[in-house]
Write a protein that binds this ligand. Structure first.
Ligand code: F6P
Length: 591
C-alpha cells in the first residue's frame, strides 16, 4: 500500500502500521496522530459540535431572523477587525457556543502548533517532504528564517532587488528590445498559480498601474489565447515572462515556444531571446534548454507552492505594473495578516475564525459550496484565484497519514463580482435548494472619487455597497408567505415569491482597495485555507490529483496528433466512449 509516497507497509488492525508510526514519529513536526474520524467521538469537540448542531436545529435556534433580532449586540460580538479589514460573521447560523466549540476543535487538532510549525519552516508538505514558507517571502528586511540551517532572507531580498531593478528599468523606459525599440508590452505566460495570482493582482491593482505599459496574460494551450493576446502588439516592444516553477508544464512551454516562433518571424536577431524573454522558475536546466540566459532568471524555491506564490517572482508582472513601492505595500499587507494569524488568540484570530466557520458551514450545515462575491469590479478575478487556492489545497480525500477522510472536505468555491451576480445566479442563492455559504467583500471608499462627475460616482459606490448589505440581509431574513399576502399579493403568486431566508453570509470590508488591503485579503484566505486543512488533517500543499489527467492527456494527444490511422489494438485499450470521441474528432478534424 502506498501512503503519501511511503512504500509497502503491512497495515495493522488500526489501519496504521508500526513502521509508519515510527516514520511519522521520526518526522520533524509533531504529527497529530488522530485523524478526523477518530475525533468524531461523543466526548471529542467534533462530537460536541455534532450534538450542539442537533440541539440547535431541534430547538429552531439556528434561525437567523431569531438570532439577529434576539441579541442587539450580536454584530458587535461577532465581528473582528485587523489592519484594514473588518469581518462581520454575525449573519452565520451559529451562536457564541458554536464558536467556543469550534475553537475547542481547533485546539484539539493542534491548529496553533501547526501554525507555528508552518511559520518555522517545518516539513508540513509531507508527501513532497517540503516546507511551506510563502510567509517568509514577506518578512521585513533584517528578519531571519532558517531552512536546513540557511537563513533564507538574503536570497529572498536578492530576488526582490533583481525584480525591482528590472521593473524600474521597464517603467522608466530604459529597457529596449533587439531592434532598439522600447519595451512597453509585458506578457506573462503561465498557468495555475503562475497565472491566476499575477492576473488577479494586476486586475485588482489596475488603478495603481502604469497606464503607459500594456499587460497581457497567456495561459491556455488553446492557441487562441496567445493569438488574441498579441494580435495588436509589435513583438519588438514585447517582453515575455515565462512563469513556471517546474518549467515542464505543457501549456506554458507550448505557449513559450509559440511566442518564440512569433518573435522570430518578426525579428531575425541573435539577441532576440535574451532581449525579449525572461524566466521565473526553479528549473535552471529547463530554462537554459529553452534558450533563456539563466543569469537573468528569477528563482522560485521549492518551499513556495504555486498557489501561494504571488509574493514571489511570480508577482514580477505585478511589480512592473504597480511599481516596487506598491509591491512592497502588498507584501507588508500580507505580513501584517501573517503576524495576526501567528500571534492572536483563536477567538480574535480573523483567518482562524473564517476557516472554522467554513468548517461549521461545510461539515455541520452541509453547505457544499462557497460563493465569493466581491463588490468591486477590480476584484473580478479574485474568485478564480481563490478556486485554486482553496480546492487545489484542500480538495483531497486522505489525510496526512494516508487514511481515508470520511467527512466532507473542501467545498466548491466559485463567484463573480456584485452587482453582476445579482442578475445571474442570485436567484438560486435566494430561492434555490442547495445550501450555499457566501463571502461578501466590499470597500468603504471608492477609488474613483476625483472625477468630474464626483456626485454621480460617489452615489454609484454608495449604491454598490447598498446592494452588498441588502443582499446579506435578504439572504438572512427572506420574505415569508404571510408578509407577501399581507402586502396584497395574490396567494397563488405569493407562494412563488417566498424567499426562505436563513442563508448564511460573511461580510469582509476594507477601507479602500489598495496593495496593502489586497495583501491582507490574500493572506486572510491563505490562512483560512490552512485552518480548514488543519482541521481535516490534510496536507494542503501538494496536488497529486492533477497528475492523472496530465498523464492521460499526453497519451491521447499522441493518438490525435499522429497523421496515420490509429491502429485498432492501440485504441481498443480505451473505453468505448473515449474511443468514440477520439475517432469522431479525428474524422471531423480532417474533413
Ligand atoms: O495545477 C498543477 C500545478 O502544478 C499548480 O499547482 C501550479 O500552480 C501549476 O500547475 C503551474 O505549475 P508551474 O508553475 O510549474 O508551471
Amino acid at each position: 500500500m502506498e501512503i503519501n509516497g511511503i512504500s509497502q507497509f503491512k497495515t495493522s488492525e488500526d489501519g496504521v502500521s508500526q513502521d509508519l508510526v515510527n516514520f511519522i514519529n521520526s518526522a520533524e513536526i509533531p504529527f497529530i496522530m488522530s485523524n478526523v474520524q477518530e475525533r468524531i467521538t461523543p466526548e471529542s469537540a467534533w462530537g460536541a459540535l455534532q450534538q450542539h448542531y442537533e440541539q440547535l436545529n431541534r430547538n429552531g435556534e439556528l434561525q437567523l431572523n431569531y438570532l439577529l433580532r434576539d441579541d442587539p449586540h450580536r454584530a458587535q460580538v461577532m465581528s473582528l477587525a485587523t489592519g484594514q479589514l473588518y469581518l462581520d460573521y454575525s449573519k452565520n447560523r451559529l451562536t457564541t457556543v458554536t464558536i467556543d466549540l469550534l475553537i475547542l476543535l481547533a485546539q484539539e487538532c493542534g491548529l496553533q502548533e501547526k501554525i507555528h510549525t508552518m511559520f518555522a519552516g517545518g516539513i508540513i508538505n509531507q508527501s513532497e517532504h517540503r516546507a511551506a514558507l510563502h510567509t517568509a517571502l514577506r518578512l521585513p528586511i533584517g528578519d531571519s528564517i532558517y531552512l536546513d540551517k540557511i537563513n533564507l532572507l538574503p536570497q529572498i531580498q536578492q530576488n526582490l532587488m533583481q525584480m525591482r531593478l528590472l521593473s524600474e528599468k521597464i517603467r522608466e523606459g530604459r529597457m529596449v528590445g533587439c531592434t532598439g525599440q522600447v519595451i512597453k508590452n509585458i506578457i506573462n505566460i503561465g498557468i495555475g498559480g503562475s497565472d491566476l495570482g499575477p492576473l488577479m493582482a494586476f486586475e485588482a491593482l489596475r488603478f495603481y498601474s502604469d497606464r503607459g505599459l500594456c499587460f497581457r496574460f497567456v495561459s491556455n494551450i488553446d492557441s487562441s489565447d496567445f493569438i488574441e493576446a498579441v494580435r495588436d502588439l509589435d513583438p519588438a516592444e514585447c517582453l515575455f515572462i515565462v512563469c513556471s516553477k517546474s518549467f515542464t508544464t505543457p501549456e506554458t512551454l507550448s505557449n513559450a515556444h509559440l511566442a518564440r516562433t512569433w518573435c522570430m518571424e518578426k525579428m531575425h536577431h541573435h539577441e532576440m531571446i535574451t532581449k525579449h524573454f525572461i524566466a521565473v522558475s526553479e528549473n535552471e536546466h529547463g530554462v537554459a534548454e529553452f534558450g533563456i540566459d539563466i543569469s537573468t532568471m528569477f528563482i522560485l524555491w521549492d518551499w513556495v507552492g504555486g498557489r501561494y506564490s504571488i509574493d514571489s517572482a511570480v508577482g514580477l508582472s505585478t511589480m512592473i505594473a504597480i511599481g516596487s513601492e506598491n509591491f512592497h505595500d502588498l507584501l507588508c499587507g500580507m505580513h501584517d495578516m501573517d503576524q495576526h494569524f501567528l500571534n492572536t488568540p483563536l477567538f480574535e484570530n480573523m483567518p482562524a475564525i473564517l476557516g472554522l466557520i467554513a468548517i461549521w458551514n461545510n461539515n455541520f450545515l452541509m453547505a457544499s459550496s462557497v460563493a465569493v462575491l466581491p463588490y468591486s469590479h477590480y476584484l473580478q478575478r479574485f474568485p478564480a484565484y481563490l478556486q485554486q487556492l482553496t480546492m487545489e489545497s484542500n480538495g483531497k480525500h486522505v489525510d496526512v497519514n494516508g487514511k481515508m477522510i470520511t467527512v466532507p472536505t473542501c467545498p466548491i468555491y466559485w463567484g463573480q463580482p456584485g452587482t453582476n451576480g445579482q442578475h445571474s445566479f442570485y436567484q438560486l442563492l435566494h430561492q434555490g435548494t442547495p445550501v450555499v455559504a457566501t463571502d461578501f467583500i466590499g470597500f468603504c471608499q471608492p477609488l474613483h472619487d476625483h472625477m468630474a462627475q464626483h456626485d454621480i460616482l460617489m452615489a454609484q459606490h454608495d449604491i454598490l455597497m447598498a446592494n452588498c448589505f441588502a443582499q446579506t440581509e435578504a439572504l438572512a431574513f427572506g420574505r415569508t408567505l404571510d408578509e407577501l399576502v399581507r402586502s396584497g399579493i395574490a396567494p397563488e403568486l405569493a407562494i412563488q415569491q417566498v424567499c426562505t431566508g436563513n442563508r448564511m453570509s460573511n461580510t469582509i470590508l476594507a477601507d479602500t482597495l489598495s496593495p496593502a488591503s489586497l495583501g491582507q485579503l490574500i493572506a486572510l484566505y491563505e490562512h483560512s485555507v490552512f485552518t480548514q486543512g488543519a482541521i481535516w488533517n490534510i496536507n494542503s500543499f501538494d496536488q497529486w490529483g492533477v497528475e492523472l489527467g496530465k498523464k492521460a492527456a499526453k497519451k491521447i494527444a499522441s493518438f490525435l496528433i499522429q497523421k496515420d490511422q490509429i491502429r485498432p489494438d492501440e485504441i481498443e485499450q480505451y473505453d468505448c466512449s473515449t474511443q468514440a470521441l477520439m475517432l469522431h474528432y479525428r474524422h471531423r478534424r480532417d474533413v
